[in-house]
Every structure is written in structure tokens, then in C-alpha cells.
Design a binder for this molecule. Structure first.
Ligand SMILES: *Cc1c(COP(=O)(O)O)cnc(C)c1O
Length: 367
């Protein structure tokens, strides 16, 4: 099977049935019903380890929004990774399994005061401040709790990632973070430092987007972020110890996608950051990254059952399955493409092109 697309253990057996982790998917469908997400635990955990070993000298935060459950949070903790959460719900999952709070990072452009209080009370290691009002809110919450909260400042480095505009987050016009070019990032850093009784600035953060297949964007962001560290040193006399370069490493959804290698990306980032720091006379900060889909995507599949087939002569054939935009919104949301495979038997029919659709009441509900 195409390695980059399917979980590591996926294989078709002599009956023509797909097995994942040695288990027949038709038996899984009979036991658990469809639609079902099937996750190859060993593959998921092996990917965690690959990231961990590519960044032994840094922190790897698994981005929980890619896929999070209590089991997943436990595996992430056991593999020595940290966890990035971006809602109170995700934080709740982490709390439910006693995820080590110092290894949590809390993101979001609109965290509620209740969420900030809860994060501070749980002892979340780093909260990524995303707006001026949040800096004062978080300082007040930390003051009330009697703690000094560690924070990152989220920076928009002005990098146009070559990806769908719904998942590009590095360009100027967007809801996340503080613009580097406008001076907002420098001002946010000044304000966090001024609130140092209650906030401890440990680093800056940038996430330029998702589904990136070219290291140039990461490189440019790293270059600009180190530039900012030098500006901060010159203006305030502080060297920030950590630099979080976000997630976004692209994965294969179809055979046309060619994912980058984790170790190569790690080397590239280390080299760029090392060079830029040497040029600026800065100590190299501890690097952090936030892979999401690169860990959970290839290790999981969605299993559906075909219900109806409708042939429209001269037009097309619609094959309908028992799920759709309710279990995977991405196709309807931004035309994401997926690889599809008949997994429960050898098909004797002549292969032909069909349109695979979900069961929901919108025409955009395409698999
Ligand atoms: C979505 C997101 C990630 C993970 O993105 P992937 O494309 O899944 O790697 C990491 N960091 C932040 C801030 C995000 O919003």
C-alpha cells in the first residue's frame, strides 16, 4: 500500500480485506458500526517518537486540535511529548488524564476569562497571548491566583505560506497574533515585560499555517523570529530562552502529496536558527514545534459503509456512504482531497469513476 497515505500496519489480506493492526476492518465495522475512525496506535506512537528524536534538544507539542481523546493524551504524555490545546474542552481532556501541566501550551485568539482561570489554576506551562486585551486579562487572572504565569507572545511573521487560505496563518491580514511588521509584536512584548510581576515572558511563537510542503516558508519565519529576538535584546536587555516555530508540516492526503521528512525539517530549522543567532550574537533559544496532523493523520483512517448507488446516465454515478461532513468537514469546507479505497472485498466489477458522497442534506457533502 502507498506508505505515506495509510497507517504503517495497513495491509490487504488474502480475502481482499484491509487489516489495520492485524484486525479486519469488516470485523471492526461489525463490532463498532460505521462511520468509524480507526487509529493505528503503534503508528501514532512511532510518529511521536520520530518527532521526539528529531528535536531531542527542544520541545515537541502535539497539536491536540488534529485529533484528541483521553487515550491520545496519555500516549502523547508517555512518549515524552508536550501538548498544545486551544479550547477549554481540549484542556479538559488533558486535565482528565492528569497530563503534566508544565508540558501544556494553551493557544487561542479568544480564550475566555474562565478558560484563562482554569489554565492558570491547573498550572499550564505556557499560555500563548494573542491580543493586547488578553495580556491585561491574563495578568489580572495570574495576580488573583497569586502566580507568575509563563507566556509566549504569538507573532505574525508576514510569511505567505503556500497553502489554502483557510489554513494560512502567517500573513498580515488575519485573526491570530501580533504583526511583526506593524510593530504590534514588539509592543506586545513590551507590555508583557511591563507586567512581569504576574507574567514571565519565556519566548515567542509563530505558526505560519498547515499543509506546507516547502521548507522555505519555515526558514523565512525562523529568520524573522530570530530578528525579533535581537530587537527585544537591544530594546530591553533580555534574551528570550525559547522559540516556538509552530506546526504545519504537510501530509499526504492523496498520492500526489509528497511530505517532507521530519528529521530534514528539524536540521534545516536548527541550521537557520543557529546561523541567525550567531550573526546577531544571541544564545540559541530552545526550539519548540507543534506538529498535529503529521502525527495523527497518516496513522488514522475513516471507515464507512456504502449504502446506495445511483447511476445518472450520461452524468455520473453517486455512491453514498453512511457519514460525510459530520465526521469530516474538510472537503465541504475547503475542497480538501482524500484517497479512497474499497476495503472489504475484491471488486469483480470493472473499475470506473464514481462520485463518493456522504448522507447529509447538502450537495457539498462529498467524500
Ligand atoms: C493547527 C495548529 C497547529 C498544527 O497544525 P498541523 O498542520 O496539524 O501541524 C500547530 N500550532 C497551531 C497554533 C495551530 O493552530
Amino acid at each position: 500500500m502507498e506508505d505515506a497515505l495509510w497507517p504503517a500496519s495497513a495491509a490487504v489480506d488474502a480475502d481482499g480485506v484491509l487489516r489495520v493492526g492485524g484486525l479486519r476492518v469488516d470485523a471492526l465495522a461489525a463490532e463498532f458500526a460505521t462511520p468509524a475512525y480507526i487509529l493505528d496506535t503503534d503508528d501514532f506512537r512511532a510518529r511521536c517518537r520520530a518527532w521526539r528524536s528529531a528535536f531531542t534538544d527542544g520541545d515537541v507539542y502535539y497539536a491536540g486540535k488534529a485529533l484528541l481523546s483521553r487515550s491520545i493524551a496519555r500516549w502523547v504524555a508517555a512518549e515524552g511529548l508536550s501538548l498544545d490545546v486551544c479550547t477549554g474542552g481540549e484542556l479538559g481532556v488533558a486535565e482528565a488524564v492528569g497530563f503534566p501541566p508544565e508540558r501544556l501550551l494553551f493557544h487561542g485568539n479568544n480564550k475566555s476569562i474562565a478558560e484563562l482561570r482554569r489554565a492558570v489554576a491547573y498550572g499550564v506551562g505556557r499560555i500563548v497571548v494573542d491580543s493586547f486585551v488578553e495580556i491585561s486579562r491574563l495578568a489580572a487572572v495570574a495576580a488573583q491566583a497569586g502566580v507568575r504565569q509563563r507566556v509566549f507572545v504569538r507573532v505574525t511573521p508576514g510569511v505567505e505560506a503556500h497553502t489554502h487560505h483557510y489554513v494560512a496563518t502567517g500573513q498580515e491580514d488575519q485573526k491570530f497574533g501580533f504583526s511583526l511588521a506593524s510593530g504590534a509584536a514588539a509592543e506586545a512584548i513590551r507590555r508583557v515585560l511591563a507586567a512581569s510581576d504576574h507574567l514571565e515572558l519565556v519566548g515567542t511563537h509563530a505558526h505560519i499555517g498547515s499543509q506546507i510542503f516547502d521548507t522555505a516558508g519555515f526558514g523565512l519565519a525562523a529568520h524573522r523570529m530570530v530578528g525579533l529576538l535581537a530587537v527585544v535584546r537591544d530594546a530591553h536587555g533580555v534574551e528570550l530562552p525559547e522559540l516556538d516555530l509552530g506546526g504545519g508540516l504537510g501530509i499526504a492526503y492523496t498520492g500526489e502529496d509528497a511530505p517532507l521528512d521530519v528529521a530534514d525539517v528539524a536540521d534545516r530549522l536548527r541550521t537557520i536558527v543557529g546561523k541567525e543567532c550567531a550573526a546577531a550574537g544571541l544564545a540559541v533559544p530552545r526550539l519548540a514545534v507543534e506538529p498535529g496532523r503529521a502525527i495523527s493523520g497518516p496513522s488514522a483512517i475513516t471507515l464507512y459503509e456504502v449504502g446506495t448507488v445511483k447511476e445518472l446516465p450520461g452524468l455520473r454515478t453517486y455512491v453514498s456512504v453512511d457519514g460525510g461532513m459530520s465526521d469530516n468537514i474538510r472537503t465541504a469546507l475547503y475542497d480538501a482531497r482524500y484517497a479512497v479505497r474499497l476495503v472489504s472485498r475484491h471488486s469483480a466489477a470493472v473499475p470506473h469513476v464514481v462520485t463518493l458522497v456522504g448522507k447529509h442534506c447538502e450537495s457539498g457533502d462529498v467524500i
